[in-house]
Design a protein around this ligand. Structure first.
Ligand code: NDP
Length: 396
């Protein structure tokens, strides 16, 4: 086995593939495959001119296990990196077990018809991965991904026991449109318009969409309204962090974003059920996705910074301790380096790093793993040198 196969050719893929090309000494050979080969070719051409690295491209429908198996067998890669959509997680995982190849993704499986995301069906494939003698690394983006690595690093190096975690995700970027989403609109709007949920004392507590708001001061960015959302890493971290009493997730949204989203919701434009329009069946949120700016087109026009991090509270040597671990990323700097804005960048870089951990055998094992189950230190070291440096603040 040699090289990697990257599936999906959107914004995250552009960054992940560029970053893999920058680490070609590790990955040896890179193939980029997606539904629309044109998009793979455009990324490959851009990388060739930026870095002089050759990327092979291929067409594949990742909803089709047989097609995936055929392609993986032909290429015989060491790792498959899935940066298509969450709908393709299970088919790609199944193809990997059939071909006995390691698997990495950045988002947990979501059923196209249910607007519900959870790890259940991916965790259920643990036996299948063990039998095939391979591993799956789930959620190697920023959140999930780096946020889990920050928590694991704190658990392994900074605390004897962690009691409270707040994950704080701020995108203070401005793209100049009244309304646009920074990554796939369908996935983004389904996530934000769903009920909020957090975990406390072993139970899930549900809130109405965007019911809980805090005004949080993000280092190097400033105070931003932040809303409690359910986010998938809460499911795995609430299991994997010992002594945890509460874990929550907050994300910033500007007033204009929320006004537009509420309005679209009220008129039914976020619907995922088909409706008849002039004799043609359409799904409202899919039609809305067609109308909205392509997230990939936001790169050149987005200015400002992101700050994503974890506020972690617990005990060390019998004393209370609280730290804030975070990364700040600048949209324009990301664009200059990779042709994509910071939301794609902060996901694509960790996707490459997770793939590298498996490729080099630094993270090993058999079965299905979430990112916080591994030694965080080598991943934290890579973040420092691959474009996502982090800081730790000791809080009162
Ligand atoms: P995009 O919509 O920009 O790109 C998705 C790509 O997947 C497109 O190239 C699309 O092909 C391809 N694709 C879709 N369906 C298929 C299929 N059946 N077969 C083959 N290829 C397919 O998404 P993003 O780049 O913004 O996001 C990629 C992933 O990253 C998503 O899973 C998203 O949830 C995740 N993400 C994770 C984050 C994190 O921090 N963990 C943050 C942001 C995103 P086509 O060009 O034909 O449409």
């Amino acid at each position: 086995k040699k090289g990697i196969l990257i599936i999906g050719a959107g914004g995250v893929s552009r960054v992940a593939t560029t970053k893999c090309a920058m680490n070609i000494d590790t990955f040896e050979k890179i193939t980029l495959a997606s539904r629309t080969i044109k998009r793979c070719d455009s990324i490959a051409m851009d990388i060739k001119s930026r870095l002089g690295v050759e990327i092979q491209t291929a067409q594949v429908d990742a909803d089709n296990v047989e097609q995936l198996v055929e392609l993986i067998k032909e290429l015989n890669p060491k790792v498959v990196l899935n940066v298509a959509l969450p709908y393709q997680d299970l088919t790609i995982m199944d193809a990997c077990t059939k071909c006995k190849v390691d698997y990495v993704d950045t988002a947990n499986y979501e059923h196209p018809d249910e607007a519900k995301f959870e790890y259940k069906e991916q965790w259920a494939r643990d036996e299948q991965f063990k039998e095939a003698g391979i591993k799956a690394l789930l959620g190697s983006g920023f959140d999930p991904g780096v946020t889990g690595v920050f928590c694991a690093y704190a658990q392994q190096n900074l605390f004897d026991e962690i009691n409270y975690i707040d994950i704080m995700d701020c995108n203070a970027g401005d793209h100049g449109y009244p309304f646009a989403t920074n990554f796939n609109p369908e996935i983004n709007l389904r996530e934000v318009s769903a009920n909020g949920r957090y975990w406390e004392d072993g139970k899930w507590i549900e809130t109405k969409p965007l019911e809980i708001r805090v005004d949080h001061d993000y280092p190097e960015v400033g105070v931003k309204p932040s809303y409690l959302l359910y986010h998938e890493e809460l499911e795995s971290l609430s299991k994997n962090i010992k002594g945890l009493k509460r874990i929550r997730f907050f994300m910033t949204f500007g007033d204009s974003y929320i006004q537009h989203m509420n309005c679209l919701q009220n008129v039914g434009m976020l619907g995922i059920e088909p409706v008849m329009h002039k004799g043609v069946e359409i799904i409202p949120i899919e039609f809305l996705t067609t109308l909205l700016p392509d997230p990939a087109s936001l790169g050149p026009r987005t200015v400002g910074k992101t700050n994503i991090g974890c506020i972690i509270e617990g005990l060390k040597d019998g004393k209370k301790k609280k730290v804030y671990i975070y990364n700040v990323c600048d949209h324009q700097e990301c664009y200059k380096e990779t042709g994509a804005q910071a939301v794609s960048y902060t996901t694509g870089v960790p996707a490459m790093i997770g793939t590298k951990m498996l490729y080099k055998g630094i993270w090993d094992g058999k079965g299905v793993f979430n990112i916080e189950e591994f030694d965080a230190k080598p991943f934290m070291d890579e973040l420092m040198t691959q474009g996502l440096p982090w800081k730790i603040l000791e809080l009162e």
